[in-house]
Design a protein around this ligand. Structure first.
Ligand SMILES: *Cc1c(COP(=O)(O)O)cnc(C)c1O
Length: 372
């Protein structure tokens, strides 16, 4: 059986986790601190704040950005649901903007139109822009940063799928005010559950640090804010730290698997390969997603693959078409046609850094049979 994804974990990493269990410190200790330093220095940010999921990282980033009840946050509907949920946690409202048909990332021109239209009518209602680097490919950030600067909006990057990816030579997660990474087992590196906020802003870092630990600040550890328990434990951090020790190897193994797919699927009828934008100077492969073109139907292809024992997934169902958002905001089809189209045709194939060339062959042979 070829799994949809699998973590890339060595014996040294297993040992690093087990070693923590021989120490008295299972939370708030040296592993978390070292893991934070490791990610921050790799990314080139002054601060890393480890948390227990990417979602909790996004939640704290929203608070650090001062997103308040009734505010608007501009984001994309073509993402994992946590991106928009963290806006709702604040009592704020997402303003969805449709996406670029090539990359699936937020369309910067549409974002600029939406922002200037709203700000002209209701100045200062938008607090932040939350672009998502979908599938490990950075958004076109320059025009997003431009319009954000013009209207004094903070930019928070949902970089949960994009550890190590680069936009015009600069690492995703360092382009806005705050960036958030996720370490769920299907991500580039994993801590089991986990995430990390990165920022160059001392005050925002201090705020996130306090909020993840019940709002404790200062020497006397007074609870000065309404905080949460979003701490990452030492065993998880030890795993993350050991994974960061071979981050380049991990990312290049994933790039190799993507290259095997590209090679084998090139020219296959009705299958469109992932598009890499010229601004993406380094792709950090999170998933390998193809598009199934008409008249073939994505769901039929997915079912036929499943019948042959090959798993595949829809990536993504646009957020505005999920039952909760439809119900809450009266969304339906037709609001964001590009995201909807991508949601209809995108198919993620089994993918991980530990996949063998034979396994890629098996998937591609099955897909070739199905498409024929
Ligand atoms: C994985 C992911 C997250 C965070 O997920 P967690 O399961 O909470 O770690 C957030 N946004 C996107 C786009 C993701 O892919």
């Amino acid at each position: 059986m070829i799994p949809m994804s699998s973590p890339d974990i060595t014996d040294a990493e297993r040992k690093a986790v087990a070693d923590v269990l021989y120490t008295p410190t299972l939370s708030m200790g040296p592993q978390v601190e070292a893991f934070e330093r490791s990610v921050a220095s790799y990314i080139g940010a002054s601060h890393g704040i480890a948390v227990n999921s990417g979602t909790s990282g996004l939640h704290l980033a929203m608070i650090a950005a001062d997103v308040q009840e009734g505010d608007l946050v501009v984001t994309t509907p073509f993402t994992f649901i946590a991106t928009a949920n963290c806006i709702l946690y604040r009592g704020a409202r997402p303003v969805f903007v449709d996406v670029d048909p090539d990359t699936g990332n937020i369309d910067p021109l549409l974002a600029a139109y939406a922002i200037s239209a709203i700000e002209t009518k209701r100045p200062r209602q938008i607090t932040a822009v939350l672009p998502v680097h979908v599938f490990g490919q950075p958004c076109d950030m320059a025009p997003i940063l431009d319009v954000a600067r013009r209207y004094h909006l903070l930019v928070i990057e949902d970089a949960c799928e994009a550890l190590g990816s680069e936009y015009k030579g600069r690492k995703a997660g360092t382009l806005g005010s705050l960036g958030v990474f996720g370490f769920y087992p299907n991500k580039q590196i994993t801590t089991g559950e986990g995430g990390m906020i990165v920022t160059n802003d001392d005050k925002q870092a201090e705020m996130c640090r306090a909020l993840r630990n019940h709002g404790r600040t200062g020497q006397n550890q007074g609870h000065t804010e309404l905080g949460y328990n979003y701490r990452l434990d030492e065993m998880s951090a030890a795993l993350g730290l050991a994974q960061m020790g071979r981050i380049d190897e991990i990312l290049s193994k994933r790039a190799q698997v993507a290259a095997w797919y590209n090679e084998r699927l090139a020219g296959m009828e009705l299958v469109q390969l992932p598009v890499i934008a010229p601004t993406t100077t380094r792709m950090s492969w999170f998933v390998y997603v193809v598009r199934i073109l008409a008249p073939a139907r994505r769901n039929d292809v997915m079912n036929s693959l499943a019948a042959m024992g090959i798993p595949s997934r829809v990536y993504f169902t646009p957020i505005h078409l999920t039952p909760y958002y439809r119900k809450q905001f009266d969304y339906g089809r037709g609001y964001f046609p590009v995201a909807e189209h991508l949601g209809d045709v995108s198919l993620a194939l089994p993918f991980s850094g530990v996949m063998t060339e034979d396994q890629v062959d098996t998937v591609c042979d099955a897909l070739r049979k199905v498409m024929a």
